[in-house]
Design a protein around this ligand. Structure first.
Ligand code: ADP
Ligand code: MG
Length: 687
């Protein structure tokens, strides 16, 4: 009997090494692996003749090797290649950094090669093919196959093998937290069924029902969590007395640029809040590049001028350090000399102690940091304002954590995620909303283009020429490393190919979410300092970073991203004076994809793009890569599942009217799951 709380080790086939790798994926228990849902699904096609392969797409061919595999040292990586033939035509097979692939080939015998085919120098080339025995492949064709996010050492096959042992065990599954009435009212399939189907879908319809159920859960518990923490802060008395707000205008006049009208309006609104009888709880939504940081600076300086501390919290170390430097330079530009304190998780114990001491002793300090700011030992002496930048979900809980340290501060959330107003009201129900709806006027609009893979060579030449002109570039790939699903570009292989193709003097770095925090910081800082020319990255660069010298954003597999996310990515360039460019390279050249991407070509307005996104991507399109940029839900998507969000909101309302304390035994399941959710979210804060 396997239980959900059992360590993953109890599953046959998990030894010490696999267990450790599983931990890297956040999988500790049997329950964890059950909720480690596939990232995507694919249907394996019947193999085709080499004469019939589709270029720039993934194909399966049945062929035998027609030459000895050869590994040569490419300019910087090992390249292994050989010819394969199906008796009529030949194709070249190429692997990067995989010399051991030789041992997987059985010369003279037919095998299936599964990978993307491109044309290079007039010849057909299949890149990084996965090799299957024919019988093995035949087993897989025609079924909906789950594709898991993996890590080195954990194959998709292994995930499937482990799950196949767990799925039949009823005792491994969590109990459904809902009452039957709640489930029936909202047409929700039972939780264990939903989980089973996610891992082993019978068909699309079943999958869609499971998705619906799990997305509902995410919304429901998210909203319930907000509910619980809400009320704690609303209509709270304002215990602070601020100096004349003329200070804001006078300080702004010393900046090297004039504030836009929208910035001025938001400044007036926030300052008004802070002088009112109640604590401010406001969300500022401003498109990427609309200039939110300077608002934060002015309000923080006003606090300092009034004898109070203010804190600015960023989601990453890099962004915190960048804000620290920006705020310091704004202060000196404006002739102000308030103390500025940086506090991040990676600082040494001694540095942290010093920062804590200063937070106790400098009542007019501007404090900037990551989540380290809300850890136990960080005590503010006179905190009047907390601003969180670019984080959506944790605002409420962070506020809760901070408010334990004395008088509750004013609270401001800054976000570049363009959430349609109706959704924002549901998600940030307890916050007032301000919108910065114009960009600074002196900005050169970014030049955009949407192109197919045949343009890649040109795009690379363009990267080279921009680097030679002294600029930097981003390349975004959807995946981290090669997986059995080879359709999409991945950072590691792409960087290897780019390194092969571009002149040696061009310095290429890689960045992705699976790197250690310090390693990510090192790379990002090197890029900031212009020690790297091209950054090949996953969407981890999406958040807030300001590298004004970067002028090109090349997004590979643009068809796999949501429009809003692409818009966020585009916001990483066009931040300086030079002309910037954004190239959306789509591997799918059908009309629908082109139409969708062309929205980006025609508009730079994040809110408009978000609403188009919602219109164009009908429901049921969730088999693409999940949109990860918008509000961090695992399954749900605030745009596509908007109607589900309203349903969940209604249920939460109903529940909190009927049983606000969740003391009814029928709601025990909900109470337990809520505690777990809140606990997980709070753990997430300390990363
Ligand atoms: P975001 O809203 O995306 O956080 P930032 O605050 O990083 O944007 O601002 C982007 C860039 O615009 C910064 O380099 C900043 O100095 C500049 N900026 C901000 N406000 C103005 C303005 N009113 N006029 C000109 N440039 C501005
Ligand atoms: Mg910002």
């Amino acid at each position: 009997m396997i239980k959900g709380t059992d360590p993953i080790r109890v599953v046959k086939g998990v030894g010490a090494k696999t267990e450790e790798l599983m931990h890297n994926l956040g999988v500790y228990t049997v329950g964890d692996i059950l909720s480690y849902f596939p990232r995507d699904y694919r249907i394996m096609q019947e193999p085709v003749k080499i004469a019939d392969v589709k270029e720039n797409a993934v194909n399966a061919i049945l062929a035998r090797t027609a030459s000895m595999p050869r590994t040569r040292k490419g300019r910087r990586v090992a390249v292994t290649s050989c010819k394969a033939s199906d008796g009529f035509r030949e194709i070249e097979l190429v692997w990067f950094r995989m010399p051991y692939v030789k041992n997987m080939l059985t010369p003279g015998k037919n095998q299936i090669f599964y990978g993307r085919v491109i044309r290079r120098g007039g010849k057909l080339v299949m890149e990084q093919p996965v090799i299957y025995a024919y019988e093995e492949y035949a087993q897989l064709t025609g079924r909906l196959l789950p594709v898991y996010a993996l890590t080195k050492g954990i194959s998709n096959h292994l995930m499937e093998k482990l799950l196949s042992q767990i799925l039949p065990e009823d005792t491994a599954f969590p109990q459904d937290p809902y009452t039957d009435e709640l489930r029936e009212r909202n047409d929700l399939v039972p939780l264990p069924d939903a989980i089973r189907i996610m891992h082993a879908p019978r068909d699309m319809e079943a999958l869609s029902l499971s998705h619906r159920r799990l997305a509902f859960d995410e919304f429901f518990f998210f909203l319930l969590g907000i509910q619980r923490l809400k009320g704690a802060g609303s209509a709270e008395k304002n215990g602070f007395t601020f100096a004349d707000s003329a200070f804001l205008k006078e300080t702004a006049a010393k900046l090297p640029y004039a504030l836009t009208e929208a910035q001025q309006r938001v400044l007036t609104e926030t300052a008004g809040d802070m002088k009112s009888d109640h604590l401010m709880q406001r969300l500022i939504q401003g498109d990427v590049g609309s200039g939110k940081t300077v608002i934060a600076f002015l309000l923080m300086a006003w606090c300092a001028h009034s004898g109070y501390q203010a804190a600015l919290m960023a989601p990453t170390e890099v962004l915190a350090k960048q804000h620290f430097e920006t705020i310091q330079s704004y202060l000196s530009l404006c002739g102000l000399s308030f103390p500025v304190i940086l506090l991040t998780g990676s600082m040494t114990a001694k540095e942290k102690r010093e920062a804590y001491a200063r937070m106790e002793n400098e009542p007019d300090a501007l404090v900037i940091g990551t989540h380290a700011l809300i850890q136990e030992k960080a005590a503010f002496s006179s905190l009047a304002l907390v601003i969180t930048d670019e984080q959506h979900r944790f605002g409420v809980k962070q506020r809760e954590a901070l408010s334990k340290k004395g008088e509750k501060p004013h609270y401001l959330v800054m976000s570049a995620t363009p959430i349609p107003r109706t959704l924002a009201i549901i998600l940030f129900g307890d916050l007032s909303i301000s919108v910065i709806d114009t960009l600074p006027a002196d900005r050169l609009p970014i030049k955009n283009c949407v192109v197919g893979p045949s343009y890649r060579q040109k795009a690379w030449e363009f990267l080279t020429s921009e680097v030679e002109a002294g600029h930097q570039c981003y390349v975004i790939c959807p995946l981290v490393e090669a997986t059995e699903q080879t359709e999409a570009e991945n950072v590691e292989d792409y960087a290897a190919r780019l390194t092969e193709a571009l002149p040696e003097r061009i310095r290429i770095e890689t960045l992705h979410g699976r790197m250690k925090a310090e390693e990510k910081d090192r790379v990002m800082e090197a890029f900031l300092r212009r020690e790297a020319d091209i950054l090949v990255s996953t969407t981890v660069v999406e958040v807030g970073v300001n590298v004004p010298n970067a002028t090109v954003m090349l997004v590979e597999n643009a068809e796999r991203f949501g429009l809003s996310q692409l818009h966020q990515l585009r916001g990483r360039v066009g931040r300086g004076e030079a002309q910037s460019y954004c190239i959306f390279l789509s591997a799918r050249e059908d009309a629908a994809t082109n139409e969708r991407l062309s929205v980006l070509n025609h508009s730079n307005d994040g809110f408009y793009i978000a609403s188009e996104d919602l219109k164009l991507r009908g429901p049921g399109d969730f088999l693409g890569i999940r949109q990860s940029g918008v509000l961090d839900f695992q399954i749900a998507d605030v745009y596509q599942d908007a109607s589900l969000l309203s349903l969940a909101a209604e249920e939460v309302k109903r529940l909190s009217e009927a049983d606000p304390e969740l003391s009814d035994p029928a709601h025990e399941g909900i109470r337990q799951r809520l505690d777990l959710t809140l606990q997980k979210q709070l753990e997430g804060l300390n990363l």
